[in-house]
Design a protein around this ligand. Sequence first.
Ligand code: DAH
Length: 342
Amino acid sequence: MQELIEKIRADIAAGIEKAENGTRQELFELKMKYLGKTGEISALSKGMRDVPAEQRPAMGKLVSEVRAWAEEQFERTETLLKKKELEARYKSERIDVTMPARFAETGTLHPVSLVKKEIIECFEGLGFEIYEGPEIEKDYYNFQALNIPADHPARDMQDTFFITEEFLLRSQTSSGQIRVMENKRPPIKILSPGRVYRSDSDATHSPMFHQMEGLVVDKGITLCDLKGILDEFARRMFTKETKTRLRPSYFPFTEPSVEVDLSCHNCGGKGCRICKGTGWIEILGAGMVNRRVLENCGIDPDEYTGFAFGMGLERIAMIKYGINDMRYLFENDVRLLKQFKD
Ligand code: DAH
C-alpha cells in the first residue's frame, strides 16, 4: 500500500506540472480522478479495511498526509490558473485611452428654425408670450375678423388655398391675433410663429412659408411703442447700429399701417447690392390695430389701443444669411445646411 501511495503522489505531481499550463477544467478533472468520491485517494481510505490492524495507524497517517498534500497542490494550482486567466483577460480587454475618439455627426438647426428661435428669444426677453394657432383656419379668423370682408380686394392679394367655403389653410399668422383677443383681456403681449400657405411659387415665394406675428394691446399703446420694440428687435437680430424706418402703407387690420425697413446691415446704409443701392431693406408689415378688429373681439377701442406686426421668417433668414433664392431653404441640401453649424 505504501508503494501505491508513493505512486499516486508521483502521478499527481506529474499531472499538476502539466496542469499548470492547461485549463481549469482539466485541473478539475485531474482533481476528481484522485480526490473525487470514487477517486484514487478515496479508494485508499476504503482499502484501509484490508490493512492488518497493527499497520493501520501508520498507514492511515500516510493516507491523510497524501490527501492533505494533494488538496494543497490542487488549491495552489487553481489559484495560479485563476490568476493567469485574469491576466490574459486584462491583456485582451485593455482599452487604449490614447486612441482618437470616433465622432458622431450631429445635425444642425435649419436656418429658418435658427431665425425663429432667435426672434422668440428676443421677444420673450421683452415679455412676450408665445401663442400658436391652427394651420387649418376658418375664413372668419383669417379674413373677416381681420377686417377683410368677402368682397375685399385684399383677398386677391393673397391667393389662398381654400378647403371648403368656410375652411382654408391660413394665409397669415394674423389669424392668431383674433384667437388671442377673443380669449384674453388686455394687457396682451403675444408672439405667434407658424406656417402659412399661399398659392405662390418663385425665387422669393414658396407655397408654404413661416411667419411671426406680434400683438400688443393695452391702455395708451402708441406707434412710438411699436417703433421702440422694433428698434430693439433690429439691434438684437442684426447689429447694434441697425436702425428702423417706418413708411406709410396699407393693411385692412391696421390703421395707420406701416412698412418697416431696416438700415442695410451689409453696407450700413451707404447702398450696396443687397439693399439694391437704397441703404434700406424691407422686413415687415405693421401698424396700430384697426378699431374694427378690436371691436370684433369685444375690446373697447376707446379704452384700449394696440399695435401688430407680421414678418416672413424665410425672408429674415435670407437677409440675415445672405441667401438670394428662397428655394434653397426648402431643398434641404446638406451642403447648405452644414454651413449653419454653430
Ligand atoms: N399679415 C400680413 C401679411 O401676411 C403681415 C402683417 C402686416 C401683419 C401688418 C401684421 C400687420 O400684424 O400689422 O402680409
